[in-house]
Write a protein that binds this ligand. Structure first.
Ligand code: 4NP
Length: 157
């Protein structure tokens, strides 16, 4: 079983959107028995909350139904998830304070974006609906790139 964790600050905007897009692709590939995913935040701000209404609206516009309750990343996530993908560099730095032991490999979501390798997924929280659509588009690309990476890493998938 391969386990993937998407991480942002609040776990209500970017990482739940990444999880929803990833899960849809995993289902389409019929990998759902072999690849599981979750998302978490580095902060306590929104623990227990549903995704931001603007995240749900963008997902709905792309016909991706999704349910999630925000949680904070915990030290032991490193035991359960082989792939931990942070949305931006601050999330990555914060994860290094949370996870014990600090894993050898932490990834940035946009390490897999062919158009802007290693860039941050911009935080759309203080903007409008358009920013959420922009995040959706770059997550689509990045997640396709990540899935190609998984195919190479795990040829038996
Ligand atoms: P996320 O967005 O990290 O993509 O879930 C944010 C959510 C909440 C806040 C900031 C960013 N906040 O400051 O409460």
């Amino acid at each position: 079983m391969i386990q993937v964790l998407f991480v942002c600050l609040g776990n209500i905007c970017r990482s739940p959107m990444a999880e929803a897009i990833f899960k849809q692709k995993i289902n389409d590939l019929q990998w759902h028995e072999k690849v599981k995913s979750d998302s978490a935040g580095t902060s306590r701000y929104h623990i227990g909350s549903q995704p931001d209404p603007r995240t749900l609206e963008t997902l709905l516009q792309h016909t991706i139904p999704f349910r999630h309750k925000a949680r904070q990343a915990v030290s032991s996530d490193v035991v359960h998830f082989q792939y931990i993908l942070a949305m931006d560099k601050q999330n990555l730095a914060d994860l290094k304070q949370i996870l014990r032991p600090v894993p050898e490999h932490l990834y940035l979501m946009r390490d897999f974006d062919p158009k802007a390798k290693g860039a941050d997924v911009p935080d759309p929280y203080f903007g409008g609906q358009d920013g959420f659509e922009d995040v959706y588009q770059l997550l689509q690309r990045s997640i396709d790139g990540f899935i190609d990476f998984l195919k190479k890493r795990h040829p038996a998938l």
